[in-house]
Design a protein. Structure first.
Length: 257
């Protein structure tokens, strides 16, 4: 029997995480991976496993998630037309998932291992302001935050540190490098953007919870350094709600999604 050739692809996807139990497949749960794989398997007649650049929890969104997969086909088979597959794939999945791009990738491409940086954004609407169209993508709070204090605290989080106080890792490897934590305010909207090489589970949401505590005057900016040094779970393990968080970009060797 002749060897089976593989044709591999990488794709940028976006999804509204509101109705998903997370990105990774889980038994008896609706997940992004399950939605994408089930549709792709029906279209191709194969059993395909998709690899993600980063895991997102239940309720977390993405506009620049990167995935990869391979298709098996006999040598000399008809050339895969990625544009046509993308069109059919989008027609087969639910409307809260969109395949933004689809192109060839080298066999063995693993977006999680190849990713250089990941960028997340957390959106907060303060001072009791509410927007009906934003309710699933923004945390709405009644407080008016001290943004200057939050920026002071954010600057103290940048660099290579042990972030055990802000998240967990199944292998116990909790050192990560944060390249930037920036805070932008436009009226009542506050956006916290976090860029780093990789993140612990719930790390970004826990980081935002600490910044919210600083913004509310419950913690001084300098205290965040002590929190990290103590390695105790910050704020008793609390994390900001998932709905405000979006995975926006993944970069590979200087090239972003």
């Amino acid at each position: 029997m002749p060897p089976v050739a593989q044709r591999c692809a990488r794709s940028v996807i976006e999804y509204d995480g509101t109705a998903f139990a997370g990105s990774q497949r889980q038994p008896q749960q609706r997940t992004v991976q399950g939605e994408l794989e089930d549709a792709l398997n029906k279209l191709t007649g194969e059993r395909i496993t998709i690899r993600f650049a980063g895991r997102t929890d239940a309720g977390v969104h993405a506009t620049g998630q990167v995935i990869a997969f391979c298709l098996s086909s006999p040598p000399g088979g008809e050339r895969i037309r990625w544009a046509e597959l993308r069109r059919r794939w989008n027609a087969a999945v639910a409307p809260d998932v969109v395949v933004r791009s689809l192109r060839s990738a080298a066999p063995g491409f693993d977006p999680r291992r190849a990713a250089v940086t990941r960028t997340y954004r957390y959106r907060i609407r303060q001072d009791g302001d509410r927007r009906s169209t934003d309710r699933h993508r923004t945390l709405e709070i009644p407080d008016r935050l001290d943004v200057a204090a939050m920026r002071d605290a954010a600057a103290r989080l940048v660099g290579e540190r042990d972030f055990a106080a802000l998240g967990s890792d199944p292998r116990g490897q909790t050192v990560r490098h944060l390249e930037a934590v920036t805070i932008r305010q436009r009226g009542t909207l506050i956006e916290v953007t976090v860029r780093g090489n990789a993140f612990l589970r719930r790390m970004v949401r826990s980081l935002v919870a600490v910044l919210l505590a600083v913004g509310r005057g419950q913690m001084a900016p300098a205290e965040v350094e002590q929190v990290l040094e103590d390695r105790r779970r910050a704020l008793y393990g609390r994390a900001a709600p998932a709905r405000g968080l979006t995975l926006e970009r993944v970069s590979f060797e200087g090239q972003e999604t």
